[in-house]
Design a protein around this ligand. Structure first.
Ligand SMILES: Nc1ncnc2c1ncn2[C@@H]1O[C@H](COP(=O)(O)OP(=O)(O)OP(=O)(O)O)[C@@H](O)[C@H]1O
Ligand SMILES: [Mg+2]
Length: 283
């Protein structure tokens, strides 16, 4: 197999805990992430699941260089990113982009969509001022939005459309890796399939490597051939490509499987996944 695009090697991160009124005066720390290790191949979609608080977002933020790990290495294309100084780090940050759960909180409501996308391209010198408007239109088209969306403000859009804008903004940086941290959890079930299908199409068209984080095991199983299962900051199981999450060995993974959303909602979403045209019409 070719060498991985990303290697996460024994990465740990603790946050300071607030001192309790009656506890010791010095704030203690506890690991949000404890020695996580895995590889991501080029073009792979890797799933990460785990209960709330298991460290999924902490892991995403460390990989995206939004957070410095306490220890461990994040090796991107053979280079250890944790060893870089601040200015080199800023340049490398472009290559690993994130889309988070809440598209309402992620977009500045007072910045036109086109300006938000243009800003990313100009900051990273990926387009000149002369060509940026055309590039914005191309990006919007790629995520299924009309060119006129550039002149509107985020509050004018639905949740699903805003998540498309967030994805376009991530793509504006021309990343190698896209981390999607529960990108559809806040969306209506019928819209979830559209955004998931968009991410799958982008992986195919752009050759992106994708880390897809979620609670919903059925959805992750549909999207990601290989799945990492997290509990209390640790990776407790990796479900390999040749197995379904239904074959997971760990008791905790099987318990997660049982906490599935209601069956009629799943059926609605599954129908939408099989019928992309219908989905487009509904939004
Ligand atoms: N900025 C922070 N300050 C203090 N503690 C934090 C911070 N971010 C996360 N934590 C703690 O770290 C642990 C892991 O949190 P994290 O957000 O990574 O979990 P998660 O798996 O993404 O959960 P969820 O499924 O709810 O999004 C939790 O105990 C959380 O309370
Ligand atoms: Mg999270």
């Amino acid at each position: 197999m070719s060498s991985p695009i990303l290697r996460v090697d024994n990465v740990s991160k603790s946050y300071a805990r607030k001192a309790s009124l009656f506890g010791p005066p010095v704030a203690k720390t506890r690991p949000a992430l404890a020695g996580a290790s895995f590889d991501l191949s080029e073009g792979e979609i890797l799933g990460i699941v785990g209960e709330s608080g298991s460290g999924k977002t902490t892991l995403a933020r460390c990989i995206a260089l939004l957070e410095r790990p306490d220890s461990g290495k994040i090796i991107f294309k053979g280079e250890d990113l944790t060893a870089l100084g601040p200015s080199a780090l800023r340049r490398r940050r472009r290559a690993i982009q994130t889309v988070f759960q809440d598209p309402y909180a992620s977009l500045n409501p007072r910045l036109k969509v086109g300006d938000a996308l243009a800003e990313v391209m100009l900051v990273h010198r990926l387009a000149s001022r002369g060509e940026v408007r055309q590039r914005v239109a191309e990006l919007l088209d790629r995520v299924g939005l009309p060119a006129r969306a550039a002149d509107a403000y985020p509050p004018a859009f639905s949740g699903g459309q805003r998540q498309r804008i967030c994805i376009a903004r991530a793509l504006a940086a021309q990343p190698d890796i896209l981390i999607a941290d529960e990108p559809v959890s806040s969306l209506d079930v019928s819209v979830q399939a559209q955004v998931v299908n968009l991410l799958l199409d982008l992986r195919d068209q752009l050759g992106l490597s994708v880390i897809f984080i979620g609670h919903d095991l059925q959805l992750i199983d549909f999207i990601a051939p290989r799945i990492i299962v997290m509990l209390a900051g640790e990776i407790v199981e990796t479900v390999p490509e040749e197995l379904s999450i239904k074959d997971a060995r760990h008791e905790y993974t099987r318990a997660l499987m049982q906490a599935v959303p209601s069956l009629d909602k799943l059926a609605e979403r599954d129908a939408a996944m099989r019928d992309p045209q219908g989905k487009q019409r509904r939004e």
